[in-house]
Design a protein around this ligand. Structure first.
Ligand code: SF4
Length: 295
């Protein structure tokens, strides 16, 4: 689940720290959500952490701690979609099932010269049907690993190394570098968010988010309108199809409009043990650095 939307290289240190603290489903199920979020901090897309936590509770409760192995049971766990369910079945339980990651999709689209866009339901259904024709009668781990490796090392995106490919006699692709076909992407939207910096010399005021994206996490209090003076700090971050500019304005507590969300001041030491969305943690670090540099 950490690898959904995050690269292997970025995940490794988080995974190692996570597995030290939560070495079993039971340990994770028994943990507090705030601690789970703290261990996820920096990976983004916090819904994955909440889903993993909820899945651990479900496995611990409904399945007596035994990880389910069948597709439907896995799909019933929070945050487990088609890809993750099939990957767990292939890698953890060695079942011959279609695991459709980007590398496998590219290899199959080229092998069978499939021209339908693979990021549409129709295109993906065609890829899955062709992959199912190739599955071995038993064992999934080696087959899926081999397909993924072939895609990563030989049948690479853009520039396939067909001369070295063990499947070249079977491959139907006429212009493999043009495959797989993708549907045109929606444009990235630009958006600005404003947040307040309320600092009393020892502690910074944060607000506990109730919004879906960062629910339960502590962030700088949002501001409604752009104040006349420019921001004291600014940074950008990306979320699905959006590039957000976060601007931080120094304010006093009395300037803030009323909010149903809880507000609380945290010392620098306290900030280390609470869950803060990465862009807001970066903004806090910038503002503290400004204070250190300019007093
Ligand atoms: S022959 Fe080329 S295009 Fe076909 S599977 Fe091998 S590397 Fe990919």
């Amino acid at each position: 689940m950490m690898l959904q939307q995050t690269t292997v290289a970025a995940v490794i240190p988080y995974f190692e720290r996570w597995m030290k603290r939560f070495p079993s489903v039971q340990e994770l199920a028994a943990a507090d959500e705030s601690e789970v979020l703290t261990f996820w901090q920096g990976l983004g897309y916090y819904r994955r952490a909440r889903n993993l936590h909820a899945s651990a509770k479900k496995i611990d409760g409904d399945w007596s701690g035994q990880f389910p192995q069948e597709y439907e049971s896995l799909r019933a766990l929070p945050g487990i979609g088609d890809y993750t369910a099939q990957a767990v079945r292939a890698f953890a339980f060695d079942q011959p099932v279609p695991v459709l990651d980007a590398n496998v999709i590219r290899v199959v689209a080229r092998l069978f010269d499939l021209r339908a866009p693979v990021d549409t339901a129709t295109g993906l259904t065609k890829v899955r049907a062709k992959l199912e024709e190739l599955l071995p009668a038993k064992g999934g781990y080696e087959f899926v690993s081999a397909m993924m490796e072939l895609g990563a090392l030989v049948c690479r995106s853009g520039r396939p190394d067909c001369l070295l490919c063990p499947l070249k006699e079977l491959c139907a692709a006429q212009h493999p570098e043009k495959l797989p076909v993708k549907a045109p992407k929606a444009a990235i939207k630009e958006r600005t968010e404003l947040a307040a910096w309320v600092w009393d010399g020892r502690a910074v005021l944060l607000q506990q988010s109730a919004t879906r994206r960062w629910v339960g996490m502590w962030r700088l209090p949002p501001l409604d309108g752009e104040p006349p003076a420019g921001p004291a700090a600014e940074l950008t971050y990306s979320i699905v199809r959006e590039r957000v500019t976060l601007r931080i304005h120094p304010r006093s507590k009395g300037d803030l409009s009323a909010s149903a969300e809880q507000r609380k001041a945290f010392s620098l030491r306290d900030l280390e043990s609470i869950a803060i969305p990465s862009p807001h943690r970066r903004a806090i670090t910038k503002m503290i650095q400004n204070i250190v540099d300019h007093g």
